[in-house]
Design a protein around this ligand. Structure first.
Ligand SMILES: Cc1cc2nc3c(=O)[nH]c(=O)nc-3n(C[C@H](O)[C@H](O)[C@H](O)COP(=O)(O)O)c2cc1C
Length: 293
């Protein structure tokens, strides 16, 4: 709590809103990260990485008690975010982690109420949202945002398709969520499905949502033109790597100092930025392999 409280106040002290992303890695975790314990997931199916490289170990299938405990833990994480002074939480339903693993037909082969049809694969998410909103109702004495991030497609067979994602979006649009956030490596990326080639995934989603929830888009934003392009199909633009290598990028955008924006490839730009070692090593490893998000 002291660390989280300091983080929230540091983010907020120049006027930004602080939203804490909460997640469980599920089968994307490793025994090294879990003090030797086996990772868990919806089913005992190992992850298959997009780059075809080393598969993760086979996880243990969660029992219904495990599922209830995890759902309760997300509620507790929400309580901590409220008490630490954050303005909201974002549920990380993207990038192949546990929440996505319950919705994916690749990682979820269950035959109980948590698996099978699309509807049943949504059960975990439905119960998770109920737990998070119960914590908001019980503990928040100020407006407190809840957002949801999802990945629109998976590269595996079976895997989440854009049609599955339209179903997910329909469900999420009916909830109290404040916004949706789609995870994309490039904001103008096209679908893998031959059915949806007329425009970008972001454009399909934004049109499909039709204003039911604000949408955050992301992926490869580096300059003003990217921001303008992205915002044609979203209410908000998220910026990741450019802010890591160019921490005052937003100020440059606001004050028209576009010429000072860092344009070097990220892999080169990390060499002259002042990262601490763990982040530097993480980024070097990331750029050495195929990006996962
Ligand atoms: C070092 C690093 C860490 C990331 N960590 C997360 C994360 O914890 N949660 C998440 O949803 N996305 C994470 N991402 C993905 C970004 O949110 C974003 O989707 C991706 O980097 C593409 O946007 P960008 O081109 O603006 O960086 C991470 C990306 C990088 C480079």
């Amino acid at each position: 709590m002291p660390g989280l409280t300091k983080l929230a106040s540091t983010i907020k002290n120049q006027g930004a809103r602080a939203i804490l992303q909460i997640f469980d890695a599920g089968r994307m975790s490793t025994p090294e990260a879990l003090n030797g314990k086996q990772a868990v997931s919806a089913s005992a199916v190992a992850a298959q990485h997009g780059n075809g490289k080393a598969k993760s170990a086979v996880p243990r299938e969660m029992t219904v008690d495990d599922i209830h405990a995890t759902i309760a833990a997300f509620g507790e994480a929400t309580r901590r975010a409220i008490q630490a002074g954050f303005d909201g939480v974002e549920l990380h339903g993207a990038n192949l982690y546990l929440i996505q693993q319950f919705f994916s037909p690749h990682s979820n082969r269950r035959t109980d109420e948590y698996g099978g049809s699309r509807e049943k694969r949504y059960t975990f998410i439905k119960e998770l949202l109920a737990s998070v909103f119960a914590a908001v109702d019980q503990y928040a004495d100020r407006p407190f945002l809840v957002g949801y991030r999802f990945s629109p497609e998976e590269f595996t067979e079976p895997g989440i398709t854009l049609d599955d994602t339209f179903y997910l979006v329909d469900q999420l649009a009916e909830t109290r969520l404040d916004y949706l956030h789609v995870s994309l490596s490039n904001y103008d990326r096209k679908s893998r499905s031959t059915e949806y080639q007329d425009k970008s995934i972001l454009a399909y989603l934004h049109d499909y949502l039709a204003g039911r929830k604000p949408l955050i888009g992301v992926g490869g934003v580096r300059n003003r033109q990217d921001v303008t392009g992205l915002l044609q199909n979203a209410e908000f633009a998220a910026v990741g790597q450019q802010l890591l290598v160019d921490p005052t990028w937003v100020q440059k955008l606001e004050t028209g100092h576009d010429a000072d924006m860092v344009t070097a490839d990220f892999v080169d730009a990390i060499e002259y930025t002042h990262f601490n070692r763990p982040l530097y090593n993480f980024l070097v490893a990331r750029y050495a392999s195929e990006p996962n998000f």
